[in-house]
Write a protein that binds this ligand. Sequence first.
Ligand code: 3HC
Ligand code: NAI
Length: 690
Amino acid sequence: MVKINEVGTLEQDGDVAVLTIDSPPVNALSGPVRAALHDGMLQALKSDAKGIVLICGGRTFIAGADITGFGKANTGPGLNEVFDALENSTKPVVAAIHGTALGGGLEVALTCSYRVAVPSAKTGLPEVKLGLLPGAGGTQRLPRLVGAEKALGFMTTGDQISAADSLKLGIVDELVPENDLRGGAIAFIRKKLAAGEKPPRVRDRDEKIAEDRKDPGLFDRFRKANARQFRGQLAPEMIIQCVEAAVNQPFDDGIKTEQRLFGKVIVSPESAAMRYMFFAERQANKIPDVPADTPTRPIKKVGVLGAGTMGGGIAMNFANAGIPVTIVEAKQENLDKGLATIRRNYENTAKKGRITAADVEKRMGLLKGSLDMNDFADADMIIEAVFENMDIKKDVFAKLDKIAKKGAILATNTSYLDVNEIAAATSRPEDVIGTHFFSPANVMRLCEIVRGDKTAKDVINTTMKVAKTINKVGVLVGVCHGFVGNRMLAQRQIQANAILNEGAMPWDIDRVLYDYGFPMGPFAMSDLAGLDVGWFKEKSTSSTIREVMCETGRLGQKNGKGFYDYDENRVAKPSPVTEKIIKEFAAKAGKNLRDISDEEILERTLYPMINEGAKILEEGKALRASDIDTIWITGYGFPLYRGGPMFYADQIGLAKIVERLKHYEKQMGAFFKPSALLEKLAAEGKKFTS
Ligand code: 3HC
Ligand code: NAI
C-alpha cells in the first residue's frame, strides 16, 4: 500500500489499482482530498494496473465540496485538474459508492468511467439547498445521462435518491453486495476489462439531450410549473439556464456557462443564508453543558398518551424508525379513530409510492392500542399528548410516576404550559422533559426539547438523540410561555390583528408575508385551522373581528367561508363579506381606517418577533440566535433563503431594526420597545449571529 498523502492511499489488487480516500467526517473535497485524487490517479496510471477503483473510507463516499472552504483561498490542485485525470484516464475508473455521493462528490463520480453502489447508498445534487448550483460539471453531465427533465427535477429539489433509483435512472451502472463494495467494484472493473471496452465518458453521450433538443418548450414549462416553489430564489433559475446550455451548447461551452452562473449564486444573499442554516441546524445539537459523550438511556419501547392530532403523528415517527409504540387513550372511540387516521396516512403515503403495502403493515404492527396506562410499565420513554390543560397534565403525570419503570423518560408535548410544574407532579422531576412536536407531527421536522430546572443531563442527551433517530431536528429551549417558536409567533399574530383593525385587509397582510417567502399568511392559516378553534358560541361577545366572523358562520376553509371565500376546489378569493365585517367593526368602535403600506405590514409583523427573539436570548431560553432560526425554518415555514428571523435581522442591520421599533413605539406604545440586548448589540455595531 502506498500512502499518497494524509487522506489518500493506493493499493494494487492483481490487475486493479484501488485508490482510497479517507477524510472524516464526510470525505468533503478539501485541498488534501483533491490532491489525493489527482496524485493518486497519476500514480495509478503509471502503475501496471489495468483498471482503477475509486473508493472511500468511513461512513460515506465524497459528500460534496467542503462547505467550510467556500470563500477561502484554495490549496492543492483545482477540481478541473482532478476531473481531467479521472475523465481522460486511459484506464477505466469505477467510482465505488457507499453512504451518500452528494454534490461535488457525485460530480466526481460522474467523471469516472463507471459507477457502482451498494443498495443502501444514495446519490444527490443538493447544492440548491445551499442556494448554489452543481458547479463541478454536474449540470452538464447529468442531463447527458438522464435527460433534461429528470436532471432539472433532481437538481432543483436537491433530494437524495436511493441506489435502486440511481440505477434505474442510469446514474449508477450496477449495484454490488452491501457488505462487499470493494470486491464488487473490482469484479465489475474486471468484467469491463475483459470486454475490452474503451473507458466511456459521460460528456460524450448525446442520445438523451438530442431528444431534448426536439422539445424547446420544456424549460419554460418547467419554470411555470414550479414558479411558486422557486419564488425568491436565484439558484433554481440558474440551474435551468445551465441545463438549457447542456442541451444546446457544446460540452466545453456549457461548462463555461455553468462556471459563470456558479459565480453569481455563490455571492448571492440567499446562498449565504442557506449555508448559514446548514451549520445552524448542526450547531443546535451542541449543548455546552451536555457534551456529546454524556451518557444516554436506551430507548427501545415508547409509550404515547393520547391518540389525537398530535399523539397519532408522534407515534408514527417512532413506528417509521422501527421502534414499537404503545398508544393509550381515554376512550375506545378516540383510540379507534386515532389508529384509523394513522393507517389512512400510511396508506396515502403508499399510494404515492413512497412506501410499500408491506411497510404499511409493518409499521401498523409496531403500534399497540390500549385503554390502560399500566401498559406503559415497560416503556423506556412515554410522551404525553392529552388536552392542553394543567390539571389534566398534572393528573396524568402523577399516574405515570406510579406506573413507569425506573429511569423511563417522561415527556410532555405541551405547547405552552410550565414543564417545571408538570414535573413537580412526579417524584422524579429529573426524568421529565418537554418534547414539543409541530403539527402534522409526522411531517414537520422540528421538535423543541424543553429543559426543565431539574431535567437530568442524560435525559436531555437521550432526547436529543431520539429526535435525530426519528428524523427530527431537536432544538433545546427553556421553560417559558409558548417556549421559543409560539412565543415569537404570538407577537406576529398580535400585530397582524392590530393591522387588520387599522385598515389593512387580511389578503393585504397575507400577500406581504407570502411575498416575503412564507408558505401562507396568518389569515389564510387561520382559515385552514378553523376560525372557531377555541371559540365558544355562548361566550362570544362580538369583541373581536374573529368573534364576529364566527358568529356570522364564517368558520374557515371547512365551510367554504372564513377571511376568504373558497370555491369547490378550495381556491381562496378575497371576501366582500369579510371586508364589510371589518369596516363595520371599525365604524362601531369609532375608528378611522387608513391605508397601510406593505413596508409597515412587514416591519410590524417581523420586527416584534425579532425583538422577542432578543428577549428570549437575554433570558437564556434559547442557547443561541441560530437555534431560534433553526426553530423558525424547520417548524414555521420561515423561508430558508432568508436564513431565519435573527439572521434576517443581522442582514437588515440591528441599528435599523432598533430605529424602526422606536418609531412605532412612539406612535403605538410600549409593545414595540426594543429589548436591552437588541439595543446593546445595535449600539456596539454587533450582530445576533456570527
Ligand atoms: N463540507 C464540510 N463539512 C461538512 C460537509 C461538507 N460538504 N457535509 C457535512 N459536513 C460536516 C457537518 O458540518 C458535520 O460537522 P460537525 O460534526 O462538526 O457538526 C459533520 O460533517 C457530519 O455531518 P452531519 O451531522 O450532517 O452527518 P450525517 O451523517 O447526518 O449526514 C451528510 C451526512 C448526508 C453528508 C450531510 O452532512 C450532508 O448533507 N452534507 C452536505 C452535503 C452537501 O450539501 N453537499 C454539496 C456541497 S456543495 C457542492 O458540492 C458544490 C459543488 O457542486 C461545486
Ligand atoms: P387532541 O384533542 O387532538 O387529542 C388529545 C387526545 O387525548 C384525545 O384523543 C383525548 O381523548 C386524549 N386524552 C385526554 N385525556 C386523556 C387521558 N387522561 N388519558 C388518555 N388519553 C387522554 O389534542 P392535540 O391537538 O393532539 O394536542 C395534544 C397536546 O399537544 C396538547 O398539549 C397540545 O397543546 C399539544 N400540541 C398541539 C398541537 C396542534 O397543532 N394540535 C401542536 C403542538 C402541540
